[in-house]
Structures are given as structure tokens and as C-alpha cells.
Design a protein around this ligand. Structure first.
Ligand code: SF4
Ligand code: SF4
Length: 486
């Protein structure tokens, strides 16, 4: 359990001088990590020891801050109509009534895990837009320190669309002032067909090699299907997998093999993630999604599987609904949840729950969950839990969970952006949630979440957890391999 402190607050609490607290920290007597905004992160156990030493009752305690009944009540409450911030082409502030709509109550700021860091505050962003301080907003780094997690929006009693405003600030910034790794990914994808610029020949050679290995080990007769005309399912890919973790690709392939799926990977423009969402480049979002549609039509596929990233689903679905609504009638879109559940419900795969004994939890991606619920009317909460609990009987929820869940801290492009201190600081609440749950395995459905949880928070906060993708869990739980690849 991790808490953030300010030196002066702790000094006041214990009745000592600020320098005494600093000396404790510097000497290691009070273990603490530096965070942004002149704050420190301390483990609750260390804070408790300090309290014991001074004979004080702890001011903060690790009791869960919310209960599932609250979430249920929220689900059953009637939905408010969103307050929109005006046409995208207009300046940031276009609707005078919003100055009255926002109560300046600060609920958004209270809910935001990074509010106060580097003066970021969603209430202030809204107010600055009202006051016409566009240039100041465009010049600030706040929109990229914000992870677009949407916690502020669900706290807002007036249903102000704060994310829409932040997204608009991102989109209006000069392209040469976008955080370089994000802009580079967008430009590379537009020029070369994938975010990391992997050449076609290298990609095809990798697919062939991985397919041969799979045929020799788990799936006899397997051949990686590339550009197979008439295959039912077109599979898009997150370029991070072939570039960094190529073996991860075969988890899906094992599942397809077991389910007897008819599927194919396009040889070009196979990128499924869409960083135009992060950079606020709507033209790039549209182009990448149009390429996917072109591949489906070229190969005469009937369905599309999006890669394992919440933002990829959100961006693709957004683009289809906004610019290509007719496509939604032409082919079916599968998220990882939809396809795995379909296989399970149709009995096409069977899973063995006895392989996973450790206490396990599921971390909701903001894009698949809270944001999809608000934008598309459905968040993938129940599906994730059904699949995870089929594999893991020893299951525990994070609290708060589902729509109220906290972001891992790496959303909105933060994993790739230069603001790593803010990213880790944002993730401290997620780390605390996991620590309090006692889970030793965390399942998630998003690459950024997995990287943040497994490679960053695990180390920064000594969580001692194992992080797995949902389809990785399923692939490793398979007990049948009866199907055939096309
Ligand atoms: S929660 Fe909503 S109404 Fe309250 S300050 Fe934030 S934007 Fe305004
Ligand atoms: S989207 Fe998340 S990080 Fe951004 S202002 Fe809202 S609560 Fe804070």
C-alpha cells in the first residue's frame, strides 16, 4: 500500500521540523521515493512504523475507499445527457452556457489521480477554456500528462465532457510540438504501414518462422495464414509484438488453431493500434482505419479482430461510427473479449482452471471499460471477468472496480511520452489497489496497461506480481487443440 506525502504535512502531523522529515528520508530511516510535485511516496507499513514510534494513531488507513454496492447504485442510476463543448472546428470554448454549467465544484479535480502535479487540474482546464485562454492551454503539457482516463468525467455532477476538451487541445497543437515518440509513431505508420516501420519482408519472414516453430511444438500442421482470401476473420496486430515480443503472437494463433478458426493476417497495413488518438490527429485515425477496411474488402473477410489495446478498439470503433458507418453493417468487429467468449460459449475451446491457483485479479483498461461505456454504450466489464474466472477460480476484485477503476497511469500515450515521473506517480493508486487486494496475478487486456503494471509499477512499488494478457491466460489454459488453421 503506497501513499503520497508532502514533507510539511508529515512534519505537522508528527510535530517535528520539516528538516527532520527530510533527514529521515535522506538517511533511509523513513524509506520514501521522490514523486512529482515535491511529494514523496511511502509504503503504508513504513508510515505505520513511524506512527508506532511516536505513539500516534495512523491518520490514513488501508481500508478500501469504495464498495461494490456504490458501483451497482451508479449503474442503476439514470444516465445524464452529456454536455458537449461545441463543434470540433471552433475554438476551444464555443458554448457560453458552459460557464454556468460547470459549477467549479472541483469534483473532477478530486477524482483525478494526477491533479495538483505540475499545476494540472481539470477544473482549471475547463475554466481556462471558458476564459478564452487557448494559447496558454495549447502551450501547456497538461494534455499529455493527463492519461485521458475519464475518472474526472464520471465524478462530474454536470456531465461536462472534459475529455473532449482535452482531446481538442491535443488536436490543435502544432504537430512539431507533440511529444516526439507519439508523433513519430503516427508519421511512421502513415508512411510505412505500421508504427515501428517494420519492413514487409522482415514481417513476413517472422510470421513464417513463428508458424514453423508452432507447428513443430504445439500445433501440428500449422502454417501462418497471410493474405488468405475468403478467410472469415481479419487479424490486425500491434506492431510492438513483432518488434519486441514476437512469441506473444502465437498465443492467439494457438487459440485460433484450437477453435478451428478461419483467419488471416494482411501482408501490408496490418497495424491495428492507432496513435492518431493520442496525438489528436483525426486525419491519421481515419487513414489507418480506412486501410483496415480496404484489407477486409480486398481479402473478402467477414469479421475483424482488433489487437490487444484499449485505445485501438476505441479509435477504430470511433472512426467506423463517425466516418464509415456502412462498414459496421458489412463486417463484424471483435474485441478480444467478444471473440474469446464466443469460442467459450460455442464450446470451440475448453479451458483448464486447475492450472492457475494463485490469487488473481483483472485490471480494466479505461478505453475498453469506462470510456467505451460512455461513448459506445457498452463497457467490457462482465466479459473480462467471465473469461478470467473461467481460468482462475481464486479471484479477487480490485476496489474500486469496473467503471470506477483507476487507470494504470500509462493511458493516452503516456507509456511512450517523456513524462515518466508523472506516469509512475499516476500509477501509485493502481499499485495500492493491487497491493490491498492481495492478488499475485493481474490479468489485463491492453499492452500499455501490461507494460505499466509489469515493467514499471511492479518494480517501483515492490508489488511482486505477475502480469498476463487475457489471451495469454486463455492460450495457456487450453486443453483442446482439435481445430485446423486454414
Ligand atoms: S466536476 Fe464538472 S462541474 Fe465540477 S468543476 Fe469539474 S467540470 Fe465543473
Ligand atoms: S482524464 Fe484522468 S488524468 Fe486526465 S484530467 Fe481527467 S482524471 Fe485527470
Amino acid at each position: 500500500m503506497i501513499y503520497e506525502i508532502k514533507v510539511n504535512e508529515l512534519a505537522e502531523e508528527f510535530g517535528v521540523h520539516r528538516n527532520t522529515i527530510r533527514n529521515w528520508i535522506n538517511s533511509g530511516a523513513l524509506p520514501a521515493q521522490e514523486g512529482p510535485g515535491r511529494r514523496y511516496l511511502i509504503q503504508w507499513e513504513d508510515y505505520k512504523q513511524l506512527c508506532d514510534r511516536y505513539g500516534r494513531e495512523p491518520r490514513i488507513s488501508p481500508e478500501p475507499s469504495a464498495r461494490t454496492e456504490t458501483i451497482q447504485a451508479r449503474k442503476e442510476a439514470p444516465a445524464l445527457a452529456p454536455v458537449r463543448l461545441g463543434p470540433k472546428t471552433n475554438p476551444l470554448y464555443t458554448l457560453p452556457t458552459l460557464a454556468d454549467t460547470c459549477l467549479t465544484c472541483g469534483s473532477c479535480a478530486g477524482a483525478c489521480p494526477i491533479s495538483g502535479v505540475d499545476d494540472l487540474d481539470p477544473r482549471k482546464i475547463i475554466r481556462m477554456a471558458f476564459l478564452g485562454l487557448d494559447e496558454e492551454l495549447l502551450a501547456s503539457d497538461w494534455p499529455w500528462k493527463c492519461t485521458m482516463c475519464g475518472k474526472c468525467e464520471i465524478a462530474c455532477p454536470m456531465n461536462v465532457e472534459i475529455l473532449q476538451l482535452i482531446q481538442r487541445i491535443r488536436s490543435r497543437r502544432d504537430r512539431d510540438k507533440i511529444p516526439p515518440p507519439i508523433q513519430k509513431g503516427v508519421v511512421t505508420c502513415l508512411e510505412k504501414g505500421n508504427n515501428l516501420g517494420i519492413p514487409k519482408d522482415d514481417f513476413l519472414a517472422l510470421l513464417k518462422e513463428l508458424g514453423k516453430d508452432l507447428a513443430a511444438t504445439a500445433c501440428p500442421g500449422f502454417v501462418t495464414p497471410v493474405d488468405v482470401r475468403g478467410a472469415r476473420l481479419l487479424v490486425t496486430i500491434n506492431s510492438k509484438e513483432p518488434f519486441v515480443e514476437p512469441d506473444n503472437l502465437t498465443w492467439w494463433w494457438k487459440i485460433f488453431h484450437a477453435a478451428g478458426e478461419s483467419w488471416t493476417i494482411p501482408s501490408e497495413n496490418w497495424e491495428g493500434v492507432n496513435w492518431g488518438l493520442h496525438s489528436g490527429d483525426y486525419s491519421a485515425i481515419r487513414t489507418v482505419v480506412k486501410r483496415i477496411i480496404d484489407n477486409i474488402e480486398r481479402l473478402n473477410c467477414k469479421a475483424l479482430l482488433l489487437p490487444e489495446c484499449g485505445h485501438a478498439y476505441y479509435a477504430t470503433r470511433y472512426a467506423l461510427e463517425r466516418w464509415f458507418p456502412e462498414s459496421l453493417q458489412q463486417f463484424k468487429i471483435y474485441t478480444v473479449f467478444d471473440l474469446l467468449l464466443e469460442y467459450l460459449n460455442e464450446g470451440r475451446i475448453t479451458l483448464n482452471p486447475s492450472l492457475h491457483a494463485k490469487l488473481t485479479t483483472f485490471h480494466d483498461s479505461c478505453n475498453y471499460g469506462r470510456k467505451s461505456l460512455k461513448t459506445f454504450g457498452h463497457g467490457y466489464f462482465d466479459e473480462a471477468r467471465t473469461i478470467t474466472r473461467t481460468c482462475c477460480k481464486n479471484y479477487v476484485e480490485l476496489i474500486p472496480t469496473e467503471e470506477e477503476n483507476y487507470c494504470c497511469g500509462a493511458g493516452g500515450g503516456s507509456w511512450a511520452s517523456p513524462f515518466s515521473a508523472e506516469r509512475v506517480f499516476h500509477g501509485r493508486i493502481k499499485a495500492r489497489q493491487i497491493s490491498e487486494s492481495g492478488a499475485k496475478v493481474v490479468i489485463t487486456s491492453c499492452h500499455n496497461c501490461k507494460d505499466q503494471l509489469g515493467k514499471s509499477l511492479n518494480r517501483e512499488f515492490n508489488l511482486d506480481i505477475e502480469v498476463q494478457f487475457l489471451w495469454e491466460l486463455v492460450a495457456n489454459s487450453l486443453v483442446t487443440t482439435g481445430g485446423q488453421t486454414p
